[in-house]
Write a protein that binds this ligand. Structure first.
Ligand code: ZN
Length: 411
């Protein structure tokens, strides 16, 4: 690693070479209050140190406040209008199919990770769930990229490492567990100690945040675990940068039942059955802890339907925060218009949007629903273990500024 190397221009941003290994962590579903409460409870002494002697900000993530759009924004330094990943799931109009958006064929920008690897940096990516692995590892040259979920299947040819499972020194956890995130940290810190990659990106899972509110024993124990690993990383002399893809809120009524507006049912009643198509970009194969319910939806309307009129009707429903047409929604949230429907709908903080009541299996919800997706979950932490040189306080900080600040703006 050499700081004399020429800076890289990546998606319009100049990136200096790191002067020591850089570890960027995306804590899935980390509502800022999780960190505040864990610090107050004395469960996160290293995070407190980061705030005191490094730098701590609040930043805006991308709306829809879901995992894939935000992770891809973070690793490209761009909004979804540039990188194209606007959900976990979307309706591909070109082939008239609803598909998962976890394949690199949907990615329209190169990643900072890929570019550094192509320029000679040693890059490692570790994700909790496998759904992000291919997108985050796209274009990596001689890099390491594996998920905790499928660590036992990692091979040198596909993942740049054969002994991913052994690396963590712990048993392979369930995909629905706090340990899946611990596995990411354990593997990461051991990899840093053994191989000292120049650049590492780690992404956890929000299993705990979907269940446990900030300040609860479960949440504090989870952040105490993270805190111990962050301290280990710090002891290895790395630059640490930490942010989140989205926050998390309770989505329940006074009785603790899910607060759901079933939009497909509403539109079926207004327009006829299945005339409109409601897409929930939260949809992914791992629905147990949120029942595919989040606070963001997009709707495709039959041609010649007055979108503004339908939008105004939805906007009047209690629990709806905003309804925008495609153009204004894509402008406001920086989304790719060709991958969004005629209407973009955001629900209020404690309300989620569904398709049809019969299509959501809520039997896996063993605790009151907590979820994300709306503007109410867009505020996330942005922490560094070094001071920043200067920050323009009038600037709107984004979670996807994390690499920019870590590479260009730390003391
Ligand atoms: Zn997430």
């Amino acid at each position: 690693m050499s700081t004399s190397k020429a800076p890289l221009l990546i998606n319009g941003r100049t990136c200096q070479w790191m002067d020591r290994p850089l570890v960027v962590v995306c804590l899935d579903g980390c509502e800022p209050d999780y960190i505040t409460q864990a610090m107050q409870a004395g469960a996160a002494p290293y995070l407190r140190e980061m705030c005191d002697s490094g730098a701590s900000f609040l930043a805006d993530g991308v709306v829809p406040s879901f995992t894939n759009p935000n992770n891809l924004s973070i690793v490209t330094g761009t909004p979804p209008s540039v990188h194209g990943i606007c959900g976990n799931y979307f309706y591909d109009r070109a082939v008239d199919r609803e598909v998962m958006m976890n394949d690199p064929e949907y990615l329209r920008a190169e990643t900072i990770l890929a570019r550094f690897s192509q320029a000679g940096a040693r890059v490692a990516v570790i994700t909790a769930k496998d759904k992000l692995r291919k997108l985050l590892g796209h274009g990596l040259l001689n890099g390491i990229c594996f998920s905790a979920e499928k660590a036992e299947q990692a091979t040198l040819a596909d993942n740049g490492i054969a002994a991913a499972l052994e690396l963590a020194g712990m048993p392979l956890p369930s995909v629905y567990s706090a340990e899946l995130s611990e596995f990411v940290f354990a593997a990461g810190v051991n990899l840093m100690a053994a191989a000292r990659p120049d650049l590492m990106y780690m992404s956890t899972t929000d299993y705990v945040q979907h269940k446990d509110a900030p300040g609860t024993p479960g949440a504090n124990a989870f952040y105490a675990m993270i805190d111990r690993y962050l301290r280990k990383f710090s002891a290895l002399g790395v630059t640490l940068a930490l942010t989140a893809d989205h926050g998390m809120n309770a989505k329940t009524d006074a009785k603790g039942d899910p607060n759901v507006i079933y939009l497909q049912d509403v539109l079926d009643e207004w327009l006829g059955r299945d005339k409109a198509r409601v897409i929930l970009p939260i949809t992914d194969p791992y629905v147990v802890h949120h029942g595919a319910l989040g606070s963001f939806a997009t709707a495709y309307l039959p041609s010649a339907t007055p979108a503004d009129e339908i939008g105004a009707g939805i906007a009047q429903m209690p629990g709806i925060e905003a309804v925008l047409n495609r153009d204004s929604g894509c402008r406001l949230f920086e989304l790719p218009p060709d991958r969004m429907g005629d209407l973009i709908i955001v629900s209020e903080r404690h309300v989620v949007l569904g398709t049809s009541r019969k299509r959501h299996d809520l039997s896996g919800l063993d605790v009151p629903l907590r979820s994300h997706g709306g503007t109410s979950e867009k505020t996330v932490p942005l922490l560094f273990n070094r001071r920043v040189k200067s920050i323009d306080h009038s600037r709107r900080l984004r979670n996807f500024d994390v690499f920019d600040i870590a590479l260009n703006n730390l003391q």
